[in-house]
Design a protein around this ligand. Sequence first.
Ligand SMILES: [Mg+2]
Length: 123
Amino acid sequence: MTDPQPTILLVDDEPAIRRIAVRVLQKAGFKVLEAGDGEEAFRVWQENQHDVALIVTDVMMPKRNGWELLEAVRAAAPDTPFVMTSGFDPSQGTPAPTGARVQMLGKPWEGPKLVAAVNSMLA
Ligand SMILES: [Mg+2]
């Protein structure tokens, strides 16, 4: 990633978590777009897909969950890296992620772990 300030799309249906995550990522030097569910996230991604370097998404969300979001984005942009966050085992009952470029992050995460997960996927 040569962009000095990559853009992250942050998706979570819990406003309090979203707010914290946005702040953590901004402090770490990222530009952050946000969405409150998978459907909104896909719209935001479509409008900004040439800028979005990585998507951090909650798994459990209304309308379109994190895995459905991943599937929709990957259909158009197969290389988009994802960090999936979940309080449950995020890999349970879900399709195995196709290829690499997906990292799981358990909830509740700590700020440095979120930043580390993002950075490792952008490296
Ligand atoms: Mg959720």
